[in-house]
Design a protein around this ligand. Structure first.
Ligand SMILES: [Zn+2]
Length: 67
């Protein structure tokens, strides 16, 4: 889960692993940042791809169940 805070209105929200994956899939090759509008004020917020990667769903590990 990636915690986002809007630089403009300080609204905070989270990017689910699924949303992070969907966002990651839309990135241009070599992109350094992902941009997403704040759900509250609509301002564009930037997230580094490194941070986005950390929020991606983990690949299923054998013998482990989540949830
Ligand atoms: Zn905002």
């Amino acid at each position: 889960m990636l915690k986002m805070t809007c630089y403009n209105c300080h609204w905070s929200w989270s990017l689910t692993p699924e949303a992070a994956q969907a966002a990651y899939d839309t990135l241009e090759p070599g992109a350094k940042h992902y941009t997403t509008p704040c759900p509250h004020c609509g301002r564009t917020n930037k997230v580094s791809v490194k941070q986005l990667k950390q929020a991606l769903p983990r690949t299923a590990e054998p013998g482990q169940k989540e949830g």
